[in-house]
Design a protein around this ligand. Structure first.
Ligand code: 4AD
Ligand code: MG
Length: 431
């Protein structure tokens, strides 16, 4: 019998097929058993009457949830089923029978119970579509840059310096010296961009951040790009094209998953119509103040402010030209106003917060040395980075995107811990 996936079932109605999967759930109505079988691509109902085979019925009847099983039978059309069909069971092999009852009920559990059982929770409910959407977001990011001739590269995770400030560094002992887990690959991407022109990567980033919000984890996958001979304006245009490309690609590729999550994809596609709004930081502060927020010039925005911005603009919005002091040392000052930097954060709609941080980079030796000093950073460990401004320096720009926040927004789930296979938070290192 041909082995197919549940996602392929509809095209095989009328045929005898085999699925390899797990028993997701089960119910019976007297002498008929309805087995929900999952295989990672979907869930299908397999039906068995006691009158068809009392032997098979007895086996199926006592099977616990999450038993691994191989099921065979004829596919019958069933318009009401999400898969469009159901399986008339004719054979069932038990590959492994669980040694303990499966702890996750398909009803309600507390978030902490679910996170404690994350290794099993991922098999259930919306977790499967979420992880499939994650797969598509990663692929779309890479596809976008591949199509535009960027070179995929890597940055080290073990580093000797900070990028995004010294307060969120994870420090470790490196054979007697201090090393840090990378907060971002940016500084290294700047070096590879000077070798290759345009580069990108997706890699892990670490922040010893004590925030317990729905948007912060201590380890996340950052997606970054860096471009030689690209200025601030072109950097923003590329970012909005990228965000639109990712959303459109995922809506196209993951229709059934987004339906299962009841995500309004028309709303999503409407939100990413380009160009996105580009608003000066000072103007944003004024808008927020007019809407009753207690923010002053120089403040960062919190979740309530970000939610207001999403409502006000109805789509992603670039907050541009931040005060120099608010941002890291490497940003280029605005020639028209040296108290500001050529930087922008992209704030997602619906309260999903900052999904991209980017800027044009300081590109002269003197300015960089002065800025390191202003931030109280020693220049020695950054000598290699200063070197990039000593040998054929060019205007260059780049950005980093928080993939988990993008996935949460596209999926419409509130907390990013649900779109990360195994999220790391202040109080969570297991499973
Ligand atoms: O804004 P950030 O800190 O920018 C950088 O790291 C730059 N070096 C990027 C660059 O220009 N190459 O981080 C980039 C993005 C944020 O916009 C946010 O989406 C995400 O990374 N991010 C987090 N996501 C989850 N948990 C955290 N603790 C995050 N911190 C930042
Ligand atoms: Mg940022």
């Amino acid at each position: 019998m041909p082995v197919i996936t549940i996602a392929e079932a509809k095209a095989h109605v009328g045929e005898d097929v085999t699925f390899q999967g797990w028993l997701y759930n089960k119910r019976s109505s007297g002498k008929i058993l309805f087995l929900q079988v999952r295989d990672g691509t979907g869930v299908i109902q397999a039906v068995l009457s006691e009158s068809d085979s009392s032997e098979l019925f007895a086996v199926a009847d006592r099977l616990p949830r999450e038993a691994s099983i191989v099921v065979t039978g004829a596919l019958r059309e069933d318009r009401r089923a999400p898969t469009g069909c159901e399986l008339q069971l004719s054979d069932l092999q038990v590959v492994h029978e669980p040694t303990k009852p499966f702890p996750i009920e398909l009803t309600e559990h507390t978030p902490s119970f679910l996170m404690d059982h994350r290794h099993l929770w991922i098999r259930t409910g919306r977790q499967v579509p979420l992880l499939r959407i994650r797969d598509s977001v990663f692929r779309a990011f890479r596809e976008f840059f591949h199509q535009r001739g960027f070179v995929s590269t890597e940055a080290p995770v073990l580093t000797g310096t900070s990028v995004e400030g010294t307060t969120t560094l994870f420090e470790l002992d490196y054979f007697g010296d201090k090393a840090y887990l990378a907060q971002s690959g940016q500084l290294y991407l700047e070096a590879t961009a000077m070798a290759l022109g345009k580069v990108y990567w997706i890699g892990p980033a670490f922040r010893a951040e004590k925030s317990k919000t729905r948007k912060h984890v201590t380890e996340f996958w950052i997606a970054e790009a860096e471009m030689a001979y690209v200025d601030h304006e072109a950097n923003l245009t590329l970012q909005e094209d990228l965000v639109r490309f990712i959303v459109e690609a995922v809506v196209e590729e993951r229709k059934p998953e987004l339906e299962q999550l009841e995500r309004d994809t028309d709303l999503l596609l409407g939100e990413v119509r380009t160009p996105f709004a580009r608003v000066d930081y000072g103007e944003v502060v004024t808008i927020l103040q007019e809407k009753g927020h207690e923010v002053s010039f120089g403040d960062d925005f919190g979740a309530p402010e970000e939610a207001t911005l999403g409502e006000h603009f109805g789509g992603p919005v670039f907050v541009e030209r931040f005060p120099f002091r608010m941002k890291p040392f490497y940003m280029k000052r605005d020639p028209l106003d040296p108290e500001r930097v050529l930087a922008a954060d992209l704030i997602a709609p619906e309260g999903y917060g900052e999904i991209i941080g980017g800027s044009q980079r300081v590109d002269t030796e003197d300015e960089l040395i002065a800025q390191l000093e202003e931030f109280g950073l020693p220049s020695d460990p950054y000598q290699w980075y200063i070197d990039l401004r000593s040998y054929g320096s060019v205007p260059h720009s780049g950005f980093g995107m928080g993939l988990a926040r993008v996935i949460a927004w596209i999926s419409g789930v509130p907390h990013i811990r649900e779109v990360i296979p195994f999220a790391r938070q202040i109080n969570r290192l297991y499973p």
